[in-house]
Design a protein around this ligand. Structure first.
Ligand code: UDP
Length: 150
């Protein structure tokens, strides 16, 4: 089992897509082990996107992420990082495959509705940053019928 970090970006919240997006993770069988709505400040945005500092799109990205509330989730499951990135799709909504979140709902490279950690290392770093209080531990009974025992 892995835990990954996702958040619905300001455009996704403003467009009323939080439920639609979360539904895709839940119906896939993934477990929500943390959830919060918050307005991101420049400090948190800068720490989260530190790897992009200096790139041409960085100032616009920080302005976008801090412009309106977001909803953050911790998501748990077998290979949760990779499975979540597959559900999310390619960065640019115009190029993302149909069936993915970005492919189904987006037409932008920047306003792409959702973030998902791109590796286990990123997930651990981002979970520590966004959920310093930790995530929840609880049994999800449907896991017995979601994963085969082998
Ligand atoms: N982004 C952008 N322009 C670009 C590349 C990225 O505005 O040319 C934004 C976009 O919102 C993206 C975020 O910066 O989701 C982080 O970029 P990354 O390459 O990590 O994409 P992701 O992992 O989110 O697909």
């Amino acid at each position: 089992m892995e835990t990954t970090f996702i958040f619905v970006k300001p455009d996704g919240v403003q467009r009323g897509l939080v439920g639609e997006i979360l539904n895709r993770f839940e119906r896939k069988g993934l477990q929500v082990v943390g959830a919060k709505m918050l307005r991101v400040d420049e400090d948190l945005a800068g720490k989260h996107y530190a790897e992009h500092e200096g790139k041409p799109f960085y100032p616009g990205l920080i302005k976008f992420i801090t412009s309106s509330p977001i909803m953050a989730f911790a998501i748990r499951g077998v290979d949760a990082v990779t499975v979540s990135r597959t559900l999310i799709g390619a960065t640019n909504g115009r190029k993302a495959d149909p069936g993915t979140i970005r492919g189904d709902f987006g037409l932008s490279g920047g306003f792409n509705m959702i973030h998902g950690s791109d590796s286990i290392e990123s997930a651990n770093r981002e979970l520590a940053l966004w959920f310093p209080e930790g995530t929840l531990e609880y049994d999800k009974s449907s896991n017995l019928w979601t994963y085969d025992p082998s």
